[in-house]
Design a protein around this ligand. Structure first.
Ligand code: GLA
Length: 413
């Protein structure tokens, strides 16, 4: 090969480098357990500003939420201003007069992390500037502001390839040099659980949640999903979730208007599914019941269990569902969920609940081994699995147990 031809090939390869960055990958180690935090969308939608976000950061610490593990303070859609003459994205100067860097510094000063939102298309779902054609530039801007988490939406993306678009932003975030958690939000439209494991840390598995328990609410060309519709979509995907890559059934609606029973069931099922726990209520103003749900450390520990295995619906009969989740050190979580609207008396018969989990490759065999039973919503130990239990469960509510193996043969007692 002549020297000039070789030189041309080298120059061509060099000019393609920004398109195919060397060592592009997602930031590792950012989501070993499901991410926990707060996001503005469910409660505030467009109505956000730096004063309210600072107050949310204050409340995150003063309420005790931060102490429970909630760390991200995320601004969703509608923070944007215009791009400047060089294409740099700016925040809305009226809503955020001190700028995003100052807000991030404030949030970091509280020991919390800062999340932001963009979209892979030309505009966000609310019509704000998207990142299309500005991916590396926006990632650099976010890194400069001190962003720790990016939710990346999928509105206004005709003709775009989903995987390619998300991979491009993943590479841009990596090239920015700042570890930024990447939350994929294409509503499960192209089965991201099959392709996004090396791209994002979590991916939405379905459409937007609404503040209602069962059914859909339709608004012209889009709809809001009830908690039950989201659960039924997310539950079968357990094989795809694990440390660093989580199924995301959407942000929480706890504290936004469902009944306390429904809020408790909603939160418990998210924990059983090892879902990211991103609060969606006004944490500056929470009822005691909402606080008791969101800050139950025993229940949160089910979600955050280091094994990182999503639970599953083991058995369902006449509106009563039994869910299992394997936990570290041979323990299990068992949730009994009353999906009906009326109070039900449920006999928990341990010998009916023998099961095998093909991810942890562990069996739950209460007929052969004895487990100590703790009711996580009352905080009380209620005995052992050598005695069946009778529970009265209100409609749309749960009982949640943590089952700890104890030494000794069950037949000896
Ligand atoms: C989409 C997302 C929501 C929210 C809105 C903002 O609908 O799925 O979670 O981010 O956009 O416009």
């Amino acid at each position: 090969m002549r020297f000039k031809t070789k030189l041309n090939i080298l120059l061509l390869a060099g000019s393609l480098l920004p398109l195919f960055p060397v060592n592009a990958q997602k930031w590792d180690e950012l989501a070993k357990t499901p991410p926990m935090g707060w996001s503005s969308w469910n409660k505030f939608a467009r109505n956000i500003n730096e004063k309210s976000i600072r107050e949310i950061a204050d409340a995150m610490v003063s309420s005790g939420l931060a102490d429970c593990g909630y760390v991200y303070v995320n601004i969703d859609d509608c923070w944007h201003g215009e791009r400047d003459e060089n294409g740099n994205i700016q925040c809305d100067p009226e809503k955020f007069p001190s700028g995003m860097k100052a807000l991030a510094d404030y949030i970091h000063g509280k020991g919390l992390k800062f999340g932001i939102y963009s979209d892979a298309g030309c505009k966000t779902c609310a019509g704000e500037p998207g990142s299309l054609g500005h991916e590396y530039q926006d990632a650099r801007t976010y890194a400069g502001w001190g962003v720790d988490y990016l939710k990346y939406d999928w509105c206004n993306t005709p003709d775009q390839n989903t995987k390619g678009s998300y991979r491009l932003m993943r590479d841009a975030l990596y090239a920015s040099g700042r570890p930024i958690l990447f939350s994929i939000c294409e509503w499960g439209s192209t089965n991201p659980w099959e392709w996004a494991r090396d791209i994002g840390h979590m991916w939405r598995t379905g459409g937007d949640i609404g503040c209602h328990f069962d059914g859909y609410k339709f608004y012209g060309d889009w709809s809001e999903h009830g908690v039950m519709q989201i659960v039924d979509k997310n539950e079968p995907l357990r094989l795809y979730a694990g440390p660093g890559h989580w199924n995301d059934p959407d942000m929480l609606e706890v504290g936004n208007g469902m009944s306390d029973n429904e809020d408790r069931a909603h939160f418990t099922l998210w924990c059983m599914m090892a879902a990211p726990l991103i609060l969606g209520n006004d944490i500056r103003d929470m009822s005691d019941a909402t606080k008791a749900i969101l800050m139950n450390k025993d229940v949160i520990a089910v979600d955050q269990d280091p094994l990182g295995i999503q639970g599953w619906r083991f058995y369902s009969t006449d509106g009563i569902e039994y869910w299992f989740k394997p936990l570290i050190d041979g323990e299990w979580a068992l949730c009994v969920f009353n999906r009906t609207t009326s109070t039900r008396k449920v006999n928990v018969v341990w010998s009916d609940l023998v099961t095998y989990d093909n991810i942890s490759r562990r069996s739950f065999k209460p007929t052969r081994e004895k487990y100590k039973v703790k009711n996580l919503w009352t905080g009380k130990y209620v005995g052992f699995t050598d005695n069946d239990r009778v529970e009265t469960i209100p409609g749309h509510d749960v009982v949640l147990y943590r089952l700890t193996p104890v030494d000794g043969d069950v037949t000896a007692n």
